[in-house]
Design a protein around this ligand. Structure first.
Ligand code: FE
Length: 352
């Protein structure tokens, strides 16, 4: 069974698999429950293959364990739920804490109280009940046109609602996880009324209906459609290293908001141990490895993300953007406000 399993769970993307082969993977799950799998760890990942490849290689080299990897941009949690106790998945990887929380509330994860993991990771960046753990941090920052916006005028998220910025803000959909995280964090720290007023002010200043991804907003700044945007930090690294996008990056200043008060909003990519993980020990090795100094440094260099483990230096490029103060809110507290944030977006018809 094992070689067949590897064939389907190889390092090739999920998208390359046919419907027929996906069905085969599902059928294999029952066999895998009894197969000796101590030498491998099975990962369902919302993080793209090319992002994770260097980490898997380092892990395999260091431990001799094999990583079987299934990537999809959606549907992995639903898939694990359908597979139930026969699911081959050991570890979930996600690019957002919202999905980690979803995995927990769907009953797909198990609580973990691992000394090494708890010692590496500040309590702020893990589930209070041990169901999920941060792996990398990304700040959600303000991107401002170099030639049109004085950075001193937008030092806080709250500054974006100033009347002088009418028609100048671009942002992706209000219902996207990244924005829901930002809005939920604001509700948790500032209250729902203040957040509603803020969102109303942002909507009043939009240059266009929310659309596109984070990088599309920076592109729109470069093209003069707007002058201010909200986006995640690692996209700056991605744009700077993409010949077609470097001009977008060069058109903006990256501003860490609220440095004199609560700090910039930080989200995480993260991991969770699957409830029915057939390879628990290998999974634990893998999870501990991803929080090692070595893995944290790889993340920062390859993915332009901030280490979640204190004491690990961000890559040189990230250091060139300057130090920043992150908000201190536990992610669990934000998680609790996600549905309120979604309702607010709906109520204000933010995307319309
Ligand atoms: Fe992203």
């Amino acid at each position: 069974m094992f070689p067949v399993f590897q064939k389907f769970f190889g390092r090739r993307s999920f998208a390359a698999l046919t419907t027929a082969s996906l069905a085969a993977v599902g059928l294999l799950a029952s066999d895998l429950g009894t197969a000796a799998q101590a030498q491998s760890v099975n990962v369902y990942s919302y993080r793209q293959t090319f992002l994770m490849e260097p980490l898997f290689e380092a892990f395999e080299e260091e431990t001799g364990l094999k990583v079987n990897f299934l990537y999809a941009s959606k549907g992995l949690l639903e898939r694990a739920r359908a597979e139930g106790s026969l699911s081959p998945v050991d570890v979930f990887l996600t690019s957002d804490f919202g999905r980690l929380q979803d995995a927990k509330s769907m009953g797909l994860t198990q609580a973990l109280d691992d000394e090494a993991i708890n010692a590496a990771l500040p309590a702020q960046y893990r589930d209070s009940e041990g169901h999920w753990f941060g792996l990398t941090r990304r700040a959600r920052v303000i991107y401002a046109a170099k030639d049109r916006i004085d950075p001193a005028s937008v030092q806080r998220y709250e500054d974006l609602t100033k009347p002088e910025f009418k028609g100048q803000i671009c942002i992706r959909s209000g219902t996207h996880n990244y924005n829901i995280g930002l809005f939920a964090a604001m509700i948790a720290s500032q209250g729902v009324e203040a957040t509603e007023a803020w969102l109303t002010g942002i909507k009043a200043n939009l240059a266009r209906r929310p659309q596109g991804n984070d990088r599309a907003q920076v592109k729109a700044i470069k093209e003069g459609e707007c002058s201010l945007a909200i986006g995640n930090t690692y996209y700056m690294g991605k744009m700077l290293n993409n010949p077609e996008q470097v001009a977008w990056a060069q058109a903006v200043n990256l501003i860490f908001p609220n440095q004199d008060d609560r700090g910039a909003h930080v989200n995480i990519s993260g991991m969770a141990l699957a409830k029915h993980a057939p390879n628990r020990e290998a999974a634990l090795s893998f999870m501990r490895f991803l929080l090692s100094d070595k893995a944290q440094a790889i993340y920062s260099a390859e993915n332009y993300e901030y280490p979640v483990v204190p004491g690990v230096e961000p890559s040189e490029l990230l250091q060139s953007w300057g130090d920043f103060k992150a908000e201190e809110l536990p992610l669990s507290a934000m998680a609790a406000e996600r549905s309120t944030a979604s309702k607010l977006v709906e109520k204000l018809r933010f995307n319309n």
